[in-house]
Design a protein around this ligand. Structure first.
Ligand SMILES: Nc1ncnc2c1ncn2[C@@H]1O[C@H](COP(=O)(O)OP(=O)(O)OP(=O)(O)O)[C@@H](O)[C@H]1O
Length: 276
């Protein structure tokens, strides 16, 4: 059984209102998309802007409720559970957003932000919560001198590390990463990507990795789902999608990668993203 099983999910959004306040039109954002994700695996969802990638990621966590389809996490029907069970389930399914500035509370110190989920979801006392937060922050490369600082005092890369530590606090098995390095300076992208990769291995995390950047996807993903206009174009392993894409749309996406990753005669990547 897969850790995550998404079957035929669809979502339409209504746009604008007529003079009676009724929605004018219903536009499909995601249509009949299915995927599976195993423990410790990384599935990238790629496609151009507006393809429906973020909507799909949010539906997996029930942050957006699908109009149709099923989402099963570890055998549990995510769309069918009550709010108390959903709160428990959310501990095991976390999300990292593109913009760490907006995902962290500006009035909470770095240590408080990482410890907060434990206040809500565990019986740990204050000292133990702070200790666990400090350990996690240390693990993601944020030293002790930053613990009492506030988001406005940190760089984008540091903030994303804090957001990653916060996502790890409750020991999730799935993290939906929605363009997690897209808002960062090019110089720190590789470091944060490598951190995500190391943490995945260390904690056996499964990632649903939403990205429009195929060069990153090739480095981090095991499998790829290509989306266009809300629909699945094709799915396959990284090798299949990057070396033998069957659909013209995927071929065009690949051709648009600015700097193709050099390969040796056997098709293996010749460089890796620099280690942090
Ligand atoms: N809350 C919303 N209300 C109305 N329309 C929405 C809403 N969220 C998304 N959409 C629409 O759904 C479609 C898919 O959006 P989505 O953000 O999922 O795409 P995406 O592939 O993640 O794009 P991007 O890479 O630009 O973030 C778009 O046409 C978008 O305008």
């Amino acid at each position: 059984m897969s850790l995550l099983d998404v079957s035929g999910v669809s979502k339409s959004f209504s746009t604008g209102r007529d003079f009676l306040g009724r929605p004018k039109r219903s536009l499909p954002a995601v249509h009949d998309v299915s995927l599976t994700l195993d423990k410790g695996e990384c599935l990238a969802v790629v496609g151009e802007s507006g393809a429906g990638k973020s909507t799909l990621g949010r539906m997996v966590l029930r942050l957006i409720k699908p109009d149709a389809g099923r989402v099963t996490f570890d055998g549990i029907d995510v769309l069918g559970v009550g709010s108390a069970q959903m709160r428990r389930l959310r501990q095991r399914m976390q999300m990292i957003f593109q913009d760490p500035h907006s995902s962290l509370n500006p009035r909470m110190s770095v240590a408080e932000a990482v410890a907060e989920p434990l206040l809500v979801h565990s019986d740990l006392g204050r000292v133990d919560r702070q200790k666990r937060a400090a350990e996690l922050l240390d693990r993601v490369g944020i030293g002790h001198r930053y613990l009492a600082r506030y988001p406005a005092e940190l760089s984008g890369g540091q903030l994303q590390r804090v957001a990653i530590a916060r996502a790890l606090t409750l020991k999730p098995s799935l993290i939906v990463c929605d363009e997690p390095v897209a808002a960062l300076d090019v110089s720190v992208r590789a470091q944060v990507l490598n951190l995500l990769r190391d943490l995945q291995e260390e904690f056996g995390l499964a990632y649903l990795f939403v990205s429009h950047d195929l060069a990153l996807v090739e480095v981090i993903a095991d499998r790829v789902l290509v989306m266009a206009e809300g629909r699945t174009v094709e799915q396959g392993t990284v090798q299949q999608i990057f070396q033998a894409p069957t659909e013209e749309y995927t071929q065009r996406l690949l051709a648009a990668i600015p700097v193709p990753v050099p390969r040796d005669a056997s098709g293996q990547r010749m460089i890796d993203v620099a280690r942090s």
